[in-house]
Design a protein around this ligand. Structure first.
Ligand SMILES: Nc1ncnc2c1ncn2[C@@H]1O[C@H](COP(=O)(O)OP(=O)(O)OP(=O)(O)O)[C@@H](O)[C@H]1O
Ligand SMILES: [Mg+2]
Length: 811
């Protein structure tokens, strides 16, 4: 047994000693403690707290303890709402306390001042009335002197000093008390008692008897507290600094104004605000917008220059001022000059130039009228953008481009609200600022690449821009004032019509550019591209010449495109090669001939595949339509021993697969007429493949080519290498019309084909086929499959066919 701290003469009883039985309930022995349940208060050993008591049992307990000179067991209720707690409503660990003072005020209130002495644990309740008492186990704390404890003690002490430094009104006696402390457990309790914690958290620390764990808990809570305090102090400091700075500026500004007044320079202009005011009045804004701008300016005047809001308003005003509000003088369009400009900039494109001239004529006759929006549709590099530039030149207007490719967000078109950080006007308004003219020609490039996103539909915003009924009051979210777009000449471009959102497409007047034939490319190269590249590389006509055959070689073997963009690049490469020789002084003039091309550009990149591929039976040349213009494609059929299966590969869509099946059925039903051994179908599998295998393909228009490939395979007759074909085929052998004839035919001409087989019912499309392609090609119009086979196949039977015929499997 050892003496209880703070209670001389009191001895500790161990539980094992057994409680001393006492018949008298009121008499409380040394191991029995009078309990005082309290709400939301945790008393730590060593701390002094005032406790107000009101409950009858509490008063009885306090009086009993005071009269007998006994300590009180202060223990917290689990739930502070309970008015009359019973045994199970109390925590099991509390603090034994001595009563320093017991005060009864005249109005009958009882108050205690208690000092915590030592932790105890309740073992067993003895009675609940008239006051609570229980057998308890005193919890003795030894300040074990281990290095772990020592280290934590030093750290904790530092933390506490730090908190005290950060607290603005730390009581000085606390600082002294802290310095004097030598007991780690007392330090942990002191810190926990003064920390700003919930009662439950304090109770948890009280119940943590193990010293190291208790110190760790307190350390962690203190660390969090210090972080918060530091931030609070920092914020306070910054706010004060900003305030000081602003006050200082205000004083300086006042002084400056006073000095200016003294010097008579009060309204000497020069100031930023003056020049803004000046700019607003000169911008030519409509009066209500000018009023709004002036209002913003007044707001700006009242703001301290350093505030973020100041620069926001300032930027807003700059944007407003920069917009081309006033309408420039519009000279009438000179149609003859316009025609001259179109011809000077572009070769060929007769029909398109004609459409543009009509458009310009309408504009000339009704300058205020609501003109349609032109849309140039076609593969890359065919001159869509450059036609737009020519139109601007022909009309004497400024030209700006807005790229819509990858625009997913309505705000990119219409701008972000000003409340957004870093908000800007949308790209329509920005383009206008760039053009600096309200009647500019604005080219909206790639409207087919407009994305739909989660942040509003950009195509809806674009509809508003293009709609002549509402675009005279276009409202950009950033500017938040209407701007008149009705005088802007909008021109749009797209690679394909299909992916333009429907409502948008309805507003557009579509002009299709299909791509150039080899002859046209040659002319464009000679007249435009060569000249441009010479200039770009600092060369002259006299220094370098390049003959037609060389150009043709570049077109045929080094490019494969509908437009002329790569052609221009390759010409540039050839010229630069020659330029080096001239610059080195090894030659003063260079003539470039076909033979030199391979040396300069490397081996041919594209060769006439057609002749090579169709040299075996089972391959037919089809014509495909793709978003970047037409192209040729090969249908390959082959036969292996099997049981009559049809295998289809090359990423074919459902429609294309069905069309292959129909072609095969047709061949089977005509086997006799076509001279095919019917037995072949039963003991072989047929495999149709359409390279390039990785590109998805679909549509019915390869039907004729599939038929041709199958008949070629099964008869052993090769398909003609100079011929390409398109057309859907019905199960009964009729050739049905298909789309994209113009693009397909142009592609055939480009690939060096000289003969195309087309559905007779597509004759109406012949008109659209460009002159150049018409001249190069022979056209065969098909009514049915028999005609197709007759026109597509050669009379040649190849060795392979014979070999196949001799195949024992197929006998
Ligand atoms: N008929 C032509 N006559 C003269 N030059 C042409 C002709 N067609 C195209 N070009 C030239 O080819 C180049 C590519 O044309 P442009 O940039 O207008 O192509 P685009 O159709 O806008 O292509 P994209 O769809 O990739 O934007 C330009 O330098 C243009 O001047
Ligand atoms: Mg373009």
């Amino acid at each position: 047994m050892s003496e209880i701290r703070g209670f001389p003469g009191w001895k500790m009883t161990n539980v094992d000693d057994g409680p001393e039985e006492d018949s008298k309930v009121e008499a409380v022995g040394p191991d029995q403690l009078v309990l005082l349940p309290v709400r939301a208060t945790v008393l730590f050993p060593g701390m002094i707290v005032p406790i107000a008591i009101g409950r009858e049992r509490s008063i009885a307990a306090a009086q009993q303890a005071a009269q007998e000179g006994l300590p009180l067991g202060i223990v917290m209720q689990r739930d502070d709402q309970i008015a009359e707690p019973s045994a199970e409503d109390l925590h099991s660990v509390g603090t034994v306390a001595s009563i320093l003072r017991y005060v009864t005020t005249p109005d009958g209130a009882h108050n205690l001042v208690c000092q915590g002495q030592q932790r105890f644990r309740i073992l067993e309740f003895v009675q609940e009335a008239p006051f609570m008492s229980a057998h308890v186990n005193w919890i003795e704390e030894r300040d074990a002197q281990s290095p772990e404890v020592e280290a934590r003690f030093i750290h904790l002490k530092q933390q506490v000093s730090e908190v005290l430094e950060l607290l603005p009104h730390a009581p000085p006696e606390l600082v002294t008390a802290l310095q004097a402390l030598t007991s780690p457990s007392a330090l942990a309790d002191l810190a926990a008692a003064h920390l700003d914690l919930k009662p439950e958290e304090k109770q948890e620390i009280l119940e943590t008897i193990d010293l190291i764990r208790r110190m760790d808990k307190v350390t962690q809570l203190l660390a969090e507290r210090i972080e918060v305090l530091r931030l609070t102090v920092e914020i306070g400091r910054q706010t004060k600094a900003a305030l000081d700075q602003r006050q200082k500026e205000a004083v300086l500004r006042e002084q400056m104004a006073a000095i200016q007044r003294q010097l008579g320079e009060d309204n000497g202009g020069g100031s930023e605000l003056e020049s803004l005011r000046d700019a607003i009045s000169k911008a030519g804004m409509p009066s209500e917008i000018e009023e709004k701008a002036t209002k913003e300016l007044r707001r700006l005047q009242r703001m301290p220059e350093a505030s973020p809001e100041h620069s926001m308003v300032r930027t807003y005003l700059d944007h407003l001022i920069e917009l081309p509000w006033s309408m420039p003088e519009e000279p009438p369009i000179d149609l003859a000059e316009a025609r001259r400009i179109l011809d000077a900039d572009h070769f060929g494109l007769e029909k398109i130039k004609q459409r543009i001239m009509e458009y310009l004529a309408v504009r000339k006759l009704a300058p205020q009228g609501k003109a349609p929006v032109l849309c140039f549709v076609g593969p890359p590099g065919v001159g869509k953008t450059s036609l737009g530039k020519s139109i601007a030149r022909a009309m004497g207007r400024k030209f700006v481009r807005v790229s819509l490719g990858g625009v997913h967000n309505e705000a990119e078109i219409r701008g972000h609200r000003r409340t957004y950080i870093g908000a800007l006007p949308g790209n329509i308004i920005q383009a206008l600022q760039k053009a600096g003219a309200r009647n500019c020609v604005m080219m909206l490039d790639e409207i087919d690449k407009l994305g739909g996103g989660i942040h509003g539909d950009p195509s809806a915003a674009l509809l508003e821009v293009l709609d002549p009924e509402q675009n005279d009051t276009f409202r950009d979210s950033y500017l938040a004032v209407p701007f008149d777009l009705s005088r802007v000449v909008f021109i749009t471009t797209a690679n394909q019509l299909e992916s333009i959102p429907g409502p948008l497409r309805d507003r557009l007047e579509v002009i299709s550019l299909s791509g150039y034939t080899e002859d046209e490319k040659l002319q464009i190269a000679k007249r435009y591209l060569l000249q441009r590249q010479l200039e770009a590389n600092g060369l002259t006509n006299e220094q370098i010449s390049i003959d037609d055959d060389a150009l043709r070689t570049i077109i045929r073997d080094y490019t494969r495109e509908a437009g002329v963009r790569n052609l221009e690049r390759e010409i540039g490469n050839v010229l630069r090669h020659a330029a080096v020789r001239i610059a080195e002084g090894t030659a003063s003039t260079v003539e470039i001939k076909t033979s030199a091309i391979a040396r300069i550009l490397g081996p041919a990149r594209f060769e006439s595949e057609v002749a090579q591929r169709t040299s075996v039976p089972g391959v037919a040349t089809g014509l495909a339509w793709t978003p970047v213009g037409g192209d040729i494609l090969f249908i390959e059929a082959t036969r292996t021993p099997g049981r009559g299966k049809l295998i289809l590969t090359g990423q074919l869509g459902d429609v294309m697969r069905e069309s292959a099946q129909a072609a095969l059925s047709l061949v089977k039903s005509r086997a006799n007429q076509l001279g095919i051994d019917e037995g072949l179908f039963e003991n072989s599998d047929i495999h149709i493949h359409v390279p390039a295998g990785a590109t998805p393909k679909d549509g019915p228009s390869a039907g004729v080519a599939m038929l041709t490939a199958l008949v070629s395979l099964l008869t052993g007759r090769t398909a003609r290498g100079d011929t390409a074909m398109t057309g859907e085929i019905s199960l009964r052998g009729l050739v049905l019309p298909v789309g994209g004839i113009k693009e397909k035919v142009v592609a055939a001409a480009r690939a060096g084909i000289t003969r195309v087989l087309l559905p007779a019912r597509n004759r109406k499309d012949f008109e659209e086929i460009p002159e150049g392609a018409r001249k190069q090609l022979e056209f065969v119009w098909l009514e049915n499959g028999d005609q197709a086979v007759a026109a597509a196949l050669t009379g040649r039977y190849t060795l392979i066919a014979k070999a196949q015929g001799d195949d024992p499997d197929t006998a």
